[in-house]
Design a protein around this ligand. Structure first.
Ligand code: G3H
Ligand code: ZN
Length: 287
């Protein structure tokens, strides 16, 4: 069934595992990710960025596609369709209207007061219709779609500010930027576990979200789960797996022209990547 993230993340935090958010890029991603979740018996969050939604024909087209494949594959595990890094109140409202069950309002580039005010407004609208909300503080480095944050701009969330944002807005989950990066890491990831521990104590039961799941060592993810993370976002790793599979096809058969012959292997690679993450994050077998 299509659900919000609220229950799945609450249960995950209580039981010390994380539900993955796997980003949709096209039909093959949608198919692969839904099949992975069903086969692993894992709850699932389908992440959709504004750019990816546009590419796939808009929010409504995405919702219809996800629903269609849930029916086609007899998906029984809980699935949330989540707007990733929503840039405004209006965009969140449009996604909700189209049938998204969850939204992220990314006010992380605004001053604290504005981020709180905007997040609160989105929470009021979303909760009125049973949709869950994620917020962010601090700035996650790297690039995702149109959001580019260079190293100088990237900054760590401040624990006291996190406590205020969570308590004053009533968000369902919260992403503190603590050194994780969108896209591949340059060098060793260096997550702020000290701040993480402190933030987790301050926000109580609210599940934390780890962006930039690509390239993080499993031990780092496990430690983040110990410190309250119940959602981990993965996009680039599936994209790389898909692209490598396509490259391999063309290395072996440069004259291949049937998209099914290269997109099929890409889809298989995405599915294997996602299944591996579901086991790593501990969500496999939890639905
Ligand atoms: O919001 C999406 C994620 O944070 C994805 O990060 O592409 O580095 O896996 P990633
Ligand atoms: Zn992100």
């Amino acid at each position: 069934p299509l659900v919000s993230m609220t229950e799945m993340l609450k249960t995950a935090k209580e039981n010390q595992y994380a539900v993955g958010q796997y980003n949709l890029n096209n039909m093959e991603f949608t198919q692969a990710i839904l099949q992975a979740a069903e086969e692993e018996k894992s709850p699932l969050i389908c992440g959709v960025s504004e750019g990816a939604a546009k590419y796939m024909g808009g929010f409504e087209a995405v919702v219809n596609m996800v629903k269609s494949y849930m029916t086609a594959y007899n998906v029984t595990v809980p699935v949330a369709i989540h707007l990733d890094h929503g840039s405004s109140f209006e965009t969140c409202a449009q996604a909700i209207k189209a049938g998204f069950t969850s939204v992220m309002i990314d006010g992380s580039h605004y001053p604290l007061e504005e981020n709180i005010a905007l997040t609160k407004k989105v929470v009021e609208m979303a909760h009125a219709v049973g949709v869950s909300v994620e917020a962010e503080l601090g700035r996650i480095g790297g690039q995702e779609d149109d959001i580019v944050v260079d190293e100088a701009e990237a900054n760590y969330a401040i624990p006291e500010e996190c406590e205020r944002l969570v308590k004053e807005t009533g968000v369902d989950c919260f992403a503190p930027a603590l050194g994780s990066v969108h896209g591949p890491y340059k060098g060793e990831p260096n997550l702020g576990f000290k701040q993480m521990e402190e933030i987790n104590k301050l926000v109580g039961l609210t599940p934390l979200v780890l962006h930039g799941g690509t390239g993080l060592p499993v031990d780092d993810v496990k430690r983040a789960i110990e410190y309250g993370h119940a959602k981990v976002n993965v996009n680039t790793e599936s994209q790389i797996a898909a692209t490598n599979a396509v490259k391999e096809v063309f290395e072996n058969s440069p004259n291949q022209y049937d998209p099914r012959k290269y997109m099929g292997p890409a889809r298989d690679a995405i599915k294997e990547t996602v299944k591996g993450k579901m086991r790593d994050f501990g969500s496999a077998g939890k639905a």
